[in-house]
Write a protein that binds this ligand. Structure first.
Ligand SMILES: N[C@@H](CCC(=O)N[C@@H](CS)C(=O)NCC(=O)O)C(=O)O
Length: 288
């Protein structure tokens, strides 16, 4: 094992000090003034969606489940959109993705899809009966409110340095020492969130079991269907694809990837079907 040099140790100490001072200021800047919503696209074209999201990754068109879900949905529904890649801008809710449409901001992928469904007449209500609508909502929330805790542990906590390394984010010019340090700072925040939610208090075996039960529930509802609720995709399919593709196509192995690959062939097929159908040009949308 190689020990860090004195210069490296001093650099890490110095950077920890700077980061501790800088992070709250940076976060305040990113969150911005919530009362006035600034429209970035001043010369907007009517009915064109301006999609603000994280920049492309060398591994997938977007590393954020919510950004990938929304962009895939826009493609599937033939809605005219332009991507605005950003590391620093955030919505009035302090997150990505958000859109601007006809001079107005809409934030949160779920609210965006609902608003666009109404605006462009693309809703699921035409094609799903009431009981299917209920199942769709239940699976959608299972993915983003329950399964997302397992993602928090097995994708983020287990692999944070790999996840935010230049190889995965595309920011290859940032030294590994710096991304490793950033990972060190981010870890407690994620741990606190998972602890407050309760999932973080489970044993590892219990967490794995919960993840497996969630995926099993989705597979059970899907049965032999091509998509969650039949032979055509609905909004819930985009939620599923966004969440699963963003851990499955990562360049490193992880528990969830193994679980899907070894135990849930229908979910794996679903992901590949979604990718083939809506991202035939996947490789053209990866960062260099
Ligand atoms: N419910 C939101 C979740 C969006 C979300 O969690 N976005 C994360 C990235 S995956 C985010 O913007 N976090 C704040 C940050 O990175 O500064 C949605 O569906 O859009």
């Amino acid at each position: 094992m190689e020990f860090p040099t004195i210069q490296q140790s001093l650099f890490v100490l110095f950077m920890s000090y700077v980061m501790k001072w800088l992070m709250p200021k940076l976060m305040a800047l990113l969150k911005g003034d919530k009362k006035t919503v600034e429209i970035h696209e001043k010369e907007w074209k009517k009915d064109v969606v301006y999609l603000y999201q994280f920049p492309r990754s060398p591994r997938m068109p977007n590393m954020s489940p919510y950004c990938l879900k929304l962009e895939t949905w826009l493609r599937a529904n033939d809605i005219k959109y332009e991507v605005r890649q950003t590391w620093t801008q955030r919505s009035s809710k302090g997150q990505l993705p958000f859109i601007e449409l006809n001079g107005e901001q809409i934030a949160d992928s779920q609210l965006i899809i609902n608003a666009l469904s109404r605006k462009f007449n693309k809703g699921d209500t035409e094609t799903l009966n009431q009981s299917q609508m209920g199942a769709a909502r239940a699976i959608d929330r299972l993915i983003e409110c329950s399964f997302t805790n397992a993602v928090g542990v097995f994708k983020y906590l287990d692999h944070l340095p790999d996840l935010i390394s230049g190889e995965t984010t595309g920011l290859k010019w940032i030294p590994k020492l710096v991304t490793d340090m950033a990972a060190m700072f981010m870890k407690p925040t994620i741990e606190q969130k998972l602890h407050a939610q309760g999932f973080g208090r489970l044993t590892r075996e219990e967490q794995i079991e919960q993840a497996r039960l969630d995926i099993q529930a989705i597979a059970d509802v899907m049965g032999k269907n091509k998509f969650v609720l039949g032979d055509e995709p609905h909004t819930v399919d985009f939620t599923l694809f966004g969440q699963f593709a963003t851990f499955y196509y990562l360049p490193f192995d992880n528990i969830l990837k193994r679980m899907v690959r070894n135990e849930f062939p229908t979910i794996l097929d679903h992901m590949e079907r979604m990718k083939e159908r809506f991202w035939p040009d996947w490789n053209d949308h990866l960062a260099a």
